[in-house]
Structure formats: structure tokens, C-alpha cells
Write a protein that binds this ligand. Structure first.
Ligand code: HEM
Length: 138
């Protein structure tokens, strides 16, 4: 179960979100690829492409938007039965692409930094992601 204070903080933060989800998602991927270049190789569609090409193709913002939308849904459902299905779907998808669990978990700092850059600064995203990454441990 996610800590109630953590959950109320991240829910309040969603109301302070200062960017469109596609913009935030693209910023998240650019930060991840910059600070952890090997992560890019885990994405068949992005492997070997320059940052400029990724930006101009719009692929990163389209994909990033879905990632941020999922983060929001996780926050909305963290204390509801629906979370179990979401967790299972997440595991199945990322296992299908052979994403190592440790790599997923290690990107927490980039997620926290990017959300903070867009107004979500409660300090509770780290604990929220700890909760989520524990739930999906595989
Ligand atoms: C909190 C972090 C993350 C969230 C919320 C997340 C969420 C998602 C979502 C929603 C999709 C489906 C997108 C779609 O339908 O087009 C997806 C796909 C994918 N994710 Fe993640 N993801 C996260 C982190 C990562 C990381 C760190 C990696 C790699 C190291 C990764 C690798 C992938 C791959 C390879 C796909 C499939 C992309 C494709 O369709 O080509 N994800 N992720």
C-alpha cells in the first residue's frame, strides 16, 4: 500500500503540472538518454538515432506522452484494485522488450528531476516511484 501522505502529495502535484504531457515526456527521455546513454539501446525504435533526429521525428513526444499518462493513471489508481492490472500490464510489456528491472529502477532520478522541472516538486515522487518499482519487481 502506498503511504497516504505520499499519495496525497503526488496527487496535489498533478494540479501544479506546468507542461503538456508530450513536452514533459520528451524532456524525460532526453534526460534519460543524456544521463544514461545505454538506456536508448533498449528501445528498438530509438537505437542508434541522434537526439536531433529523435526530436524532429516527434517519436519521443508521442511515446513520452503515453509514459506520463501512465504515471498519472498509476497515481490515480495507486489505492484502488485497478492498480493490480496496471502493474501486471507494465511488467508484461517491459519484459516483452527484455528491459532489465534494475535499469527501470535506476531511472527514478531522471523521472523525479523531470517532473520537478515541470512544477511537480512535492518531494514525494521518489517515494511514490519506490512504491511502484517495488510493486513491479521482477
Ligand atoms: C516510470 C518509467 C516508465 C514508464 C511509466 C513506462 C511506460 C511505458 C508505456 C506506457 C509504454 C507503452 C507506450 C505505447 O503504447 O506506445 C512503454 C513502452 C516501452 N517502454 Fe517503458 N516506461 C518506463 C520506463 C522505461 C524504461 C526506463 C525503459 C528502458 C530502459 C522502457 C522501455 C520501454 C520499451 C522498449 C517500450 C516499447 C516501445 C515501443 O513500442 O517501441 N520503459 N513504457
Amino acid at each position: 500500500m502506498c503511504d497516504a501522505k505520499v499519495l496525497s502529495d503526488v496527487r496535489a502535484d498533478l494540479g501544479n503540472c506546468s507542461g503538456e504531457f508530450g513536452v514533459i515526456g520528451e524532456a524525460l527521455f532526453l534526460r534519460m538518454f543524456r544521463e544514461r546513454p545505454a538506456v536508448q539501446d533498449n528501445f528498438p525504435k530509438y537505437k542508434g538515432q541522434t537526439v536531433d533526429k529523435l526530436k524532429s521525428s516527434g517519436l519521443l513526444s508521442a511515446h513520452g506522452k503515453k509514459v506520463v499518462e501512465l504515471l498519472v493513471k498509476l497515481v490515480e489508481n495507486a489505492d484502488k484494485p485497478a492498480l493490480t492490472q496496471m502493474v501486471n500490464d507494465f511488467i508484461a510489456l517491459h519484459k516483452k522488450y527484455s528491459i532489465p528491472y534494475d535499469i527501470l529502477k535506476a531511472t527514478k532520478s531522471e523521472v523525479v528531476a523531470t517532473l520537478g522541472e515541470y512544477g511537480m516538486k512535492s518531494g514525494s515522487w521518489g517515494p511514490f516511484l519506490d512504491f511502484f518499482f517495488t510493486a513491479i519487481a521482477y
